[in-house]
Design a protein around this ligand. Structure first.
Ligand SMILES: Cc1cc2nc3c(=O)[nH]c(=O)nc-3n(C[C@H](O)[C@H](O)[C@H](O)COP(=O)(O)OP(=O)(O)OC[C@H]3O[C@@H](n4cnc5c(N)ncnc54)[C@H](O)[C@@H]3O)c2cc1C
Length: 297
């Protein structure tokens, strides 16, 4: 069932729909232009007090998009899955960074309604969910009435507030390959205070340890470039290293070439660059059990 409401703006009539199946939602997306409403925690602040000009497609009736499941070679996170769902669902240790990031998104009230997919689609450089999902090699499932496609997360988020979402498409799931759900992970967020804060920088580290040494490393940093980035130089520097105190030196002397931090009210570019190195060290140490934690600026 699709519920419509027609509101009269000054220049045009807008539509509101709350479909109850994905097929209905895709049919609507195929026939008109819509703005998708999930938890609304980015949607409404962006709207502010402006009158609505676009049709609103409310996806909160799509129960089939909520939840986490194993599907073949992937873990599948439905597009309407909330941060609280992530925290509560039993998942392998490789997802610990994502769970830690989930606990850092705003407050518990925000986490109860806000979706993982909304965090990706909003494409803020400070989106806390992105580094952990990059470290898990996640991809994004995009569906339209005609087709389904999958894009690696780094090909989905193209820039600040810019994604590869095409007219007529919606994100239906985020997928994590089971082969990447290996090892253990940790997330460190640097903010100006302990709670309810936009990240100055954040880091996720996922490491697979075999025979006392790093067999695989996946490291990502957010808020230090237009889009959160994997750090290939750091990953290469960690591979093969024994699990000991010298891991920190390997991180600190590795190239962080992918980052291009900006200066803003939350910190200078130089501060972000140094802070990124420190929080990557802490995330790496947390992932291999040397220590854990979050730092305050
Ligand atoms: C007080 C407060 C604190 C916050 N703190 C943090 C924080 O600490 N860290 C952080 O990362 N974020 C934070 N946020 C931002 C926000 O809560 C998250 O980004 C959240 O995950 C967005 O999810 P949502 O379901 O509310 O998305 P919505 O607001 O509903 O949508 C966000 C955008 O994504 C689009 N969209 C949503 N779902 C889909 C879909 N399935 N397909 C296509 N497009 C879609 C919408 O059209 C919209 O453009 C905060 C927000 C508030 C209000």
């Amino acid at each position: 069932m699709v519920r419509f409401w027609k509101g009269s703006g000054r220049q045009s009539v807008i539509r509101y729909a709350k479909p109850t199946t994905v097929d209905e939602a895709l049919a609507l997306l195929g026939e008109d232009r819509w703005r998708i409403l999930a938890g609304g925690t980015d949607f409404y602040p962006a709207q502010g007090a402006k009158p609505f000009r676009d049709n609103v497609l409310d996806i909160n009736g799509l129960a089939e998009l909520r939840g986490i499941a194993e599907a073949g070679e992937h873990w599948r996170i439905g597009a309407r899955t909330t941060w609280t769902d992530i925290v509560r669902h039993p998942l392998p240790a490789a997802f610990d960074a994502l769970k830690a990031a989930a606990r850092e998104v705003g407050s518990v009230q925000i986490q109860n309604v806000a979706s993982v997919a909304g965090n990706l689609c909003n494409a803020s450089p400070a989106a806390d969910g992105v580094p952990a999902l990059l470290a898990l090699d996640a991809d994004v499932e995009l569906r339209s009435v005609d087709a389904t496609r999958h894009l690696p997360l780094d090909a989905f988020i193209l820039g600040n507030r810019c994604t590869a979402l095409q007219p007529g498409e919606m994100v239906t799931a985020i997928r994590v390959p089971k082969r990447s759900a290996a090892g253990a992970s940790a997330f460190v967020k640097l903010g100006a205070r302990r709670y309810l804060v936009i990240s100055i920088a954040m880091a996720a580290a996922r490491l697979v340890v075999e025979n006392g040494a790093v067999a695989e490393a996946a490291i990502a940093v957010g808020s230090c470039s237009a889009v959160a980035r994997r750090l290939a130089g750091v990953e290469a520097a960690l591979r093969g290293r024994p699990i000991d105190e010298a891991l920190a030196d390997a991180v600190l002397s590795a190239p962080f070439d992918e980052l291009s931090p900006i200066a803003d009210v939350r910190g200078s570019a130089e501060y972000r660059e140094q802070a990124a190195r420190e929080i990557v060290v802490r995330a790496v140490r947390g992932a291999v059990g040397l220590d854990q934690g979050k730092v305050a600026a």
